[in-house]
Design a protein around this ligand. Sequence first.
Ligand code: ADP
Length: 592
Amino acid sequence: MSNTRDLQPLLDALVTCAALVGPNGRILTTNRAWHEAEEHPLAGPEIGPNEDYLRVLSGVKGTLQSDAMRVASALQQVIDGESSALTHTYRHGAPRVQWTRTSLCPIDGSSRRVVVLHEDVTAQIKAQNALKRSQARLRTILTGAPIVLFSIDHDGIFTVVEGMGGAGTGFVTEDQVGTSVFEAYRHMPDLLDVVRDALGGRVGVLTQSVGPMAFEIRCSPIYRSDDVVGVVGVATDVTERLRAQRMKDEFVSIVSHELRTPLTSIRGSLGLLEGGIAGQLPPKAADLVRIARSNTDRLIRLINDILDLDKMQAGKVTLKRTVLDPRELVDEVVTHMRGYAEQASVRVEVALRPSEPIYGDHDRLIQVLTNLLSNAIKFSPEDEAVVVRVAPHHRRVRFSIADRGPGIAQADIPKLFKKFHQLDASDARARGGSGLGLVIAKTLVEAHGGQIGVDSELGHGSTFYFEIATARPRVTIGSTNQSGTYDPAVAIDPSGIQDPRKRGPSEMLTQLTQLLRTAASSADLDALADAQATARILESALSAQGSSGAQRRVAELAQTLDEALRRRDPLDAARWESLQRELAGLGELLEG
Ligand code: ADP
């Protein structure tokens, strides 16, 4: 059994106020911290050895009375051996609030001595309170705001879900913590793609409809050192925003429709007047009519653009894709724009590098090229050249149109592809335009799975470019789905991982036959387009092998399919029969 003197160095080593109290409740000794305590209601130099601590505690008045009574009765119980220990935390002091945690620790043995510790826990309690307050605040924000915050570990398991944004839809809810996103959202493949992207280190954003609601989901990778260890995501309820946007778009569309008819009639009448139907106009009147007619033309163009964009954004434009030669597209646009370029005294130069065919909608790509080329001519100084280039670019074909016009400031570039955006209103007015051309171009290029952009510097001209995937027939054998019908989603492998060119010509021929059978049996133009693409690739494979006989026959076949596609003419039974004979002949040739 240690005596009081032995304990003294130990007690003095404590930074906490400590007193040793004997069986009769009297203080046997106090430590240095206790002696030096200022402003502590239950310790300090005036409460020293021999003081009856039970009486001191019982004598406390004021706000601390009940805490002191509680400590006193616990001390009595510990001394009597009825209770083993106590910790009690309480606040005191004004105006400077302090928190103390009092602990009673009996020392073994029959003397029933108890160490009384008063520990200052003010900083700790303040930090805890601040944390609680900020958690409560965050919870209020999360429950009030239309968002859900979540995190997912690298195996796809939800680790955190906070917020009520999805309440009512069952979309990302707290009870999903511990479950796999890949299981729970199997029916939302786009969402899973974004999660996979984030796990691969890329930030992804997606708008996903969930029942009557729509969420914008943004997923970002969480890194530890250089490794992605999970994903943090925010799902924001954008239902209202999209509804408002739709209403606005509908309004614009209705107004545009209503305007188009009378405008067309005004345009017609002005054209007739200009043409002299009411007799030769005096020069001044003719001038005014010409101005009115040209502005009406501009208005009609604007309205057509609005309606076109509207249709595209409502997903009402389906691309009629075929295999296209990039050079032919460029030639067509350049020929078409020659007059406009001459008028503006601008030369159009063409620099084409051999590139693979692309898979796209002829008319829509012409529309994109026309817009970019007409902008380039419009902004080009007189006697300068605009250069149109085509070059292969990472399994895509890049079209670019460079001018030596005024260029575009870096800060303005992100605004370019937004609706009705003209960088300099006065400039645009002088040059005429709707501010919709680039938005339409972007929508069309993206509908092709491509990308559009611009490199530019103020004063040094601009190069607008877009890229379209090459026509790899993204076809796999077994492209019919379970119900036996042709399913382009199954057949098309946009990643091109199963590149048919890695297979032999006979396999491609089998594939081609299968696609044509589907095209014929279900009058399916998509299957026909894929067959045409396969035929073109087979043709180049045979040419690479030097099998010129087979190559010529496949080229003829591809030509037939090209024409059928251009006429949007599905294969009838008779044509399929003759094609089948041709395919069988080709098969023999290849085997041989
Ligand atoms: P617009 O019909 O007005 O030309 P666009 O969407 O095609 O509409 O272009 C939007 C704006 O982008 C133009 O008004 C102009 O400010 C800027 N822009 C487009 N192409 C060029 C270019 N080649 N050089 C400089 N500015 C350009």
